[in-house]
Write a protein that binds this ligand. Structure first.
Ligand SMILES: [Mn+2]
Length: 466
């Protein structure tokens, strides 16, 4: 693959290969049997290569066709790798695929939340869809609470898609999201869902009756499958369902309704994602420390948002046993906030400098006026009011310049504070502290994790949709 040329040999970071010069050709994109060549696509995207809009469009349509035919509740058998939230962390996603193995050898269930927050969400979608089309039976893509129009508009994915492709591509991806199944039963033993159970869920056959081809509603069974969370270990034995205050929608579920559903269907556990975990997973052992977990939470985005210092994990179900694979963050290319280009980003800095230059020149002029006035006063008899007028005009000019300069300084400072980083603070409100502090000097990952989750709380709730 030809890379971008470096004619002046002045590429600063030589250890990083230049991106591919051209988008993938048809011969590279598809293998000899006409299926997406996901290994080639994967590597191409790692090197920040582009793909043609037409290729992507066909991939989205092919994926949607396959997804549409799937049931709301799909069945999968082992060996299987269950993957939690990915959230646009493409480089970590690639790392996990290499760690867990080829879908030719192991099935995959992805629990949703592929996009938003991370800046490589498009790359994640391209690779996930390529895997799905190449192995429709072995790769299951469940729907998460971020796979909808409301969330991707509130967070970053819509903007990212329009930046990298256009609105038409975005609309078609949303149709694909609408087609994703909602749950899976693995090995007749585990129920896989993004969020959790619902007070409305008495038996699994209810899931099969949901009309899933739409934006998920803000309450009811469909909503809860995507949004609910298990209760704290301390509360789980005392309550059935509590209000989910943190999400401002859906519920927290406790042991009793979970046990009932599992027993009724002869299942062992609920495997779900949706909540960041410092170790990448959590076993909700509500019958004591050595008991089998009622719920297993998986989170597969390490060092979430480049800030949480958490590990990531996937669950491997194989030969009747379960095991957890953990992994740390992989390096990824740096991008300016809000996908700004370097020229737009530096404008406020430049403007501030120009203004300060002009203010100083004007100030100089006014000083000159003062001196001239003193010396000339001896020789020339000018009226005092004339002098004052001239001086007053210049003074006003300086004041105006100073005001404009101040405005640019504020703009620049704001750009520096990155207050608008949408993946950190979609409404520009939050985590100011997080952005102002930068990364804490003390390397205390638990403290960092706690700090990050506190500051990031606002982003865990359901936004107010119009
Ligand atoms: Mn989620």
């Amino acid at each position: 693959m030809e890379t971008l040329p470096d004619p002046c040999d002045d590429r600063v970071v030589k250890s990083v290969d230049p991106p591919p010069q051209k988008p993938l050709s048809e011969e590279m994109f598809y293998d000899s049997s006409g299926l997406p060549n996901y290994n080639v696509i994967k590597k191409h995207l790692v090197k920040e290569g582009k793909i043609h809009k037409e290729q992507f469009m066909k991939l989205i349509l092919d994926t949607t066709e396959i997804l549409k035919k799937e049931a709301n509740l799909v069945k999968v058998s082992e060996p299987v790798c269950v993957v939690g939230d990915i959230h646009g962390q493409y480089y970590d996603f690639v790392h996990l695929l290499e760690k867990a193995g080829s879908p030719k050898k192991i099935n995959y269930i992805f629990l949703g939340d592929y996009v938003d927050r991370g800046i490589f969400s498009i790359e994640c979608v391209i690779l996930l869809f390529s895997l799905k089309v190449a192995h429709p039976e072995n790769v299951i893509l469940l729907r998460g609470n971020h796979e909808c129009r409301n969330m991707t508009d509130h967070f970053t994915f819509r903007e990212e898609t329009i930046n990298k492709f256009d609105e038409e591509i975005y609309d078609h991806i949303m149709d694909a999201f609408d087609s994703m199944p909602l749950a899976a039963v693995v090995n007749d033993r585990y129920l896989a869902i993004h969020g959790g159970i619902s007070p409305d869920l008495k038996k699994l056959s209810q899931i099969t009756k949901i009309d899933r081809f739409q934006e998920p509603p803000v309450k009811g069974l469909f909503c809860d499958l995507l949004w609910s969370d298990p209760m704290n270990d301390e509360d789980a034995n005392d309550f059935e369902f509590n209000e989910n205050k943190e999400r401002e929608c859906s519920y927290l579920f406790g042991k009793k309704p979970t046990k009932k559903l599992l027993d009724n269907h002869n299942l062992m556990s609920i495997v779900r994602a949706h909540q960041v975990q410092i170790e990448g997973y959590k076993m909700h052992r509500w019958d004591g420390d050595s008991s089998f977990p009622y719920v297993i939470t998986l989170f597969s985005a390490p060092n979430y948002c480049d800030y949480y210092s958490n590990k990531a994990a996937v669950l491997i179900l194989k030969d009747g046993g379960i095991s957890i694979k953990q992994y740390d963050q992989s390096e990824h290319p740096y991008f300016l906030p809000d996908q700004l280009d370097v020229f737009s980003w530096s404008m406020p800095f430049l403007a501030e400098k120009v203004m300060s230059l002009m203010t100083n020149i004007l100030k100089q002029t006014s000083d000159d006026v003062d001196e001239n006035d003193e010396t000339s006063a001896v020789t020339e008899v000018t009226s005092a009011s004339d002098k004052m007028k001239k001086f007053g005009k210049i003074k006003t000019k300086i004041k105006t310049m100073a005001r404009v300069q101040k405005m640019f300084k504020v703009l620049k400072d704001e750009a520096e504070m990155l207050l608008k980083i949408k993946n950190m603070a979609p409404d520009g409100k939050i985590p100011r502290g997080l952005l102002l502090d930068g990364r804490p000097a003390i390397k205390n990952s638990f403290k960092e994790f706690k700090n990050a989750s506190n500051l990031d709380k606002e982003n865990e709730k359901m936004p107010n949709f119009k």
